[in-house]
Design a protein around this ligand. Structure first.
Ligand code: ATP
Ligand code: MG
Length: 315
């Protein structure tokens, strides 16, 4: 089976307990939960039985151990996660506003995550990799951008493939060089997985159809639009396939896109038809939102299949 590799931030997430809670005053918090978009992605892919490994860095602390142990338990290759003494593992504090938008306080670049590099363990992982998945949020510094680009280069040199999820977080977007890096990664990608308005960051077209056509003409193999509770749509040069979401009670949306992407890419690598890959991806995205914490809703393939067999489509 083809091996997936991603590189980027490894964080713990600490969540405000109540919707509308402000970080300007003390309040109840939940967590720490293992997190970081590429870690969620690799954890979900491994849980589905796809060989998958992560390049990243944590501190020699309990937050780092929590992440490594969770990824290991899910079956991921953790050999290229460096542990740095004297540096703290990265963090993300999140609060949900009454209008359902999220506010994050990140510590990524100045945490152990910022020490990410293509070291000997990373080079070895990439030598066994067939596909690289890049999260836009992982392009948080020049150093992280260099790791992502070297991972793409290493896997492409062996005839491998690339997927890209912009995963835009306004709080990280200020990183210098990020905008140019997002465009550069997109130009190397086979699969593009934007969510909502992210599609229009990379196209001059004003409507979805125009943007999809423009991006496909630039050489992408396929585009998968993530639409939250409305499901997802797949587009390639031959046409489009839409797939509705599963009906679930959403308790925490964070991580849905990462779990969805991991499932879609894993099944694409297995040669599944777009409709089948979308169905598994929709199921993983739906399951992800049923638990507080971005990796708490990751389930193995048998549980996802059981959910599909008994679950209901939302529309
Ligand atoms: P993230 O917050 O992880 O960045 P995203 O914005 O990238 O998420 P979404 O479109 O929110 O991605 O979610 C990805 C997929 O998860 C959707 O396409 C859908 O399949 C599933 N999903 C998300 N929210 C729900 C929901 N409330 N009910 C059912 N399925 C959902
Ligand atoms: Mg996302």
């Amino acid at each position: 089976m083809k091996k997936l590799v991603s590189a980027g931030e490894i964080l713990v997430e600490i969540m405000a307990e109540r919707i509308g809670q402000s970080f300007l005053e003390p309040g109840p918090l939940l967590g720490p939960y293992p997190s970081g978009a590429p870690a969620i992605f690799i954890g979900q892919a491994a849980a589905l039985g796809q060989p998958a490994g992560l390049i990243g860095a944590v501190g020699d602390d309990d937050f780092g151990r929590l992440n490594i142990e969770r990824l290991r338990a899910l079956g991921a290759d953790v050999s290229a996660i460096a542990v740095h003494e004297g540096h703290a593992t990265g963090t993300a504090f999140v609060t949900y506003r009454a209008d359902a938008s999220r506010h994050f306080v990140f510590n990524i670049r100045n945490s152990a995550s910022g020490l990410i590099e293509t070291d000997a363990a990373a080079t070895k992982l990439l030598a066994g990799g067939d596909h690289v998945h890049v999260m836009g949020s992982s392009l948080f510094s020049d150093r992280a951008i260099a790791v992502a680009l070297s991972a793409i280069e290493a896997v492409k040199a062996k005839g491998g493939t690339v997927s890209f999820d912009p995963n835009i977080r306004r709080e990280i977007m200020q990183a210098p060089g990020m905008r140019a890096a997002l465009d550069r990664v997109l130009s190397q990608a086979d699969i593009f997985l934007p969510s909502g308005e992210e599609l229009f960051l990379f196209s001059s077209a004003k409507d979805e159809k125009g943007a999809v056509e423009e991006l496909l003409a630039r050489g992408l193999s396929c585009i998968v639009l993530k639409k939250g509770a409305a499901g997802a749509a797949y587009h390639d040069r031959h046409g489009a396939v839409a797939s509705s979401a599963f009906a679930v009670d959403e308790v925490d949306p964070t991580g849905a896109g990462d779990c969805f992407g991991a499932a879609f890419v894993s099944f694409w690598l297995r040669g599944a038809a777009p409709a089948e890959a979308l169905r598994i991806a929709n199921a993983c995205g739906a399951l992800a939102v049923t638990r507080k914490g971005p990796m708490e809703g990751i389930f193995p393939l048998a549980a996802v299949e059981a959910f599909i067999a008994t679950g209901k489509n939302a529309q």
